[in-house]
Design a protein around this ligand. Structure first.
Ligand code: NAD
Length: 489
């Protein structure tokens, strides 16, 4: 991106460098700011406010003040406003995708897809708003009626990551608003503009002041206030398992509802009878999308003996052909990583694997393009003692593990504390059902590599979290059930 286009984007009114509290654009009380860096060029994009617990407290108060009237609006009204919001996102997809690539680094084509997915989630929950029904339950008493209503939980605190800075928030903001909740958003410090964009969207869509508030600051400070404050009735978090567990503990004293979309270490099992052409294209997208910085991306390929060599060769050929570069360049398939620290982590996983006997089939080192770039890498003969087998690598490394029998593949896939997504490739129907039953994971792609959609429940088991986002279930976590017993009939 040129300096002129950066100025154009900044002048467009969509890219905001202030916080949004109770319908007002504000800076930090003490004027502190934080620098936002373009991961591809490592140049300064701009500065955002770096607020304290005090401003966060005010944002929560604003959300609480707005909750009283917002929760009493009709579902049809809330649906209409969310539909408006989705339309604005679709109408401005190109500008928003540009903002996303600028601060996050992913190729522009992927940024467009994320914006479309975000709009899909908002539209989905606009539709769901009108289907938050109550229940009338058969009563055991002749003279009493049992009614169950669903009510919004109250103020929601939403903390989001940098890897999908727009779409991850769409599946928090939209169900919260659909249910009648108000929200305080804390986006990642690395990608704040896509979070602050929700404030602009709220204004443009005519969403009342205080319903959406956005604060930017240090995770521990803003998150500390969000979890401590009794007015916040629910925390929805997407990010690392380490921080998720911390927030879980911090929320205990005020007994908040929690949704935790945490880390993954997704296995992909390739059985001997897999369709190799199908596997390769899916494996490339499922591994290297967003430079491998996707919670559901394959961390481990478990490949059966009979197909291992052919798979390794084809994947290596395809990975070698990938175009790496600035996300704004035409045809780029892999952009930078979010920062140099991320590159160092990837590097350490490769070094560890090599030291323990892995062979580098392609890549394996930093890319000549700069400090935030890493070459698409394929490692053969990976083993369970390597870091890459246990930790989330979050980078463009495909590690290939070998197995013999079906059960060995299943056991290897399950040998992790995570359980977010898993994938397997086979043409055998009975095996499809056997393996689906045995895999411990919230989501499974069977002969499919990219499976996220607004219609399906997204979420994990084990250390990958609790709750589901998207689908008809995605609004449940923003609702409390209330039982009414009507006597004297
Ligand atoms: P992170 O946990 O470092 O940060 C996530 C958010 O938490 C950021 O906004 C950060 O500022 C904030 N934060 C950091 N420390 C905090 C604290 N002490 N208290 C409160 N908030 C704090 O994660 P990240 O590096 O931004 O994102 C990558 C991680 O997110 C990966 O582990 C990835 O798997 C996970 N992720 C999961 C999903 C999912 O749906 N399960 C989706 C995307 C990303």
């Amino acid at each position: 991106m040129t300096d002129t286009s950066l100025e154009q984007i900044k002048g467009s009114g969509w890219l905001k460098e202030a916080n949004f509290i109770g319908g007002k654009w504000v800076s930090a009380d003490d004027g502190r700011t934080y620098e936002v860096i373009d991961p591809a060029t490592e140049k300064l994009i701009g500065r955002i406010p770096w607020v304290s617990a005090q401003e966060t407290h005010r944002a929560i108060d604003a959300a609480q003040a707005a909750f009283t009237s917002w929760s009493l609006t009709t579902a049809a009204h809330r649906a209409e406003l969310l539909h408006r919001m989705a339309k604005i996102v679709r109408d401005n997809q190109e500008t928003f995708a540009t903002m996303l690539t600028l601060e996050q680094g992913k190729p522009l084509a992927e940024a467009r897809t994320e914006m479309k997915l975000g709009a899909d989630y908002i539209q989905w929950f606009a539709e769901e708003a009108r289907r938050i029904n109550g229940e009338i339950v058969p009563s055991p008493w002749k003279d009493r009626q049992i009614l169950v209503t669903r009510e919004p939980v109250g103020v929601v605190g939403a903390i989001s990551p940098w890897n999908f800075p727009f779409s991850m928030l769409a599946r928090k903001v939209a169900p919260a608003l659909a249910a009648g909740c108000t929200i305080v958003i804390k986006p990642s410090e690395f990608t704040p503009y896509c979070g602050l964009l929700y404030a602009v969207l709220a204004q443009k869509a005519g969403i009342p002041d205080g319903v959406i508030n956005v604060v930017t600051g240090e995770g521990a400070v803003v998150g500390g206030e969000l979890t401590k404050n009794p007015l916040v009735r629910k925390i929805t978090f997407t990010g690392s398992t380490r921080v998720g567990k911390l927030l879980y503990k911090q929320s205990a004293d005020t007994m908040k509802k929690l949704s935790m979309e945490l880390g993954g270490n997704a296995p992909t099992i390739v059985f001997d009878d897999a369709d190799l052409d199908l596997v390769i294209e899916n494996a490339i997208a499922g591994k290297f999308r967003n430079s491998g910085q996707t919670c559901v991306c394959t961390n481990r390929f478990h490949v059966q003996d009979g197909i291992y060599d052919a798979f390794a060769q084809r994947l290596t050929e395809r990975a070698r052909k990938m175009k790496v570069g600035n996300g704004f360049e035409e045809g780029v398939e892999q952009g930078p990583l979010i920062n140099e620290a991320a590159v160092k982590k990837v590097e350490s996983h490769v070094q560890d694997a090599r030291a323990k006997g892995a062979r580098v089939l392609t890549g394996g080192k930093r890319h000549a393009l700069g400090a935030t770039f890493f070459e698409p890498t394929v490692l053969a003969e990976a083993t369970p003692d390597m870091l890459i087998a246990h930790e989330e690598t979050f980078g463009p490394i495909a590690a290939l593990f070998r197995f013999r029998e079906e059960q060995d593949g299943i056991d290897a896939a399950n040998s992790t504390e995570f359980g977010l997504a898993a994938y397997f490739y086979t043409r055998d129907l009975a095996r499809t059902f056997r393996v689906s039953r045995a895999i411990q994971s919230g989501m499974i792609g069977i002969n499919a590599g990219v499976i996220t959609t607004a219609e399906a429940p997204f979420g994990g088991v084990k250390d990958s979290g609790i709750g589901r986002e998207g689908s008809t279930h995605g609004v449940e976590d923003y609702l409390n059930l209330k039982y009414l017993c009507l006597g004297g009939l």
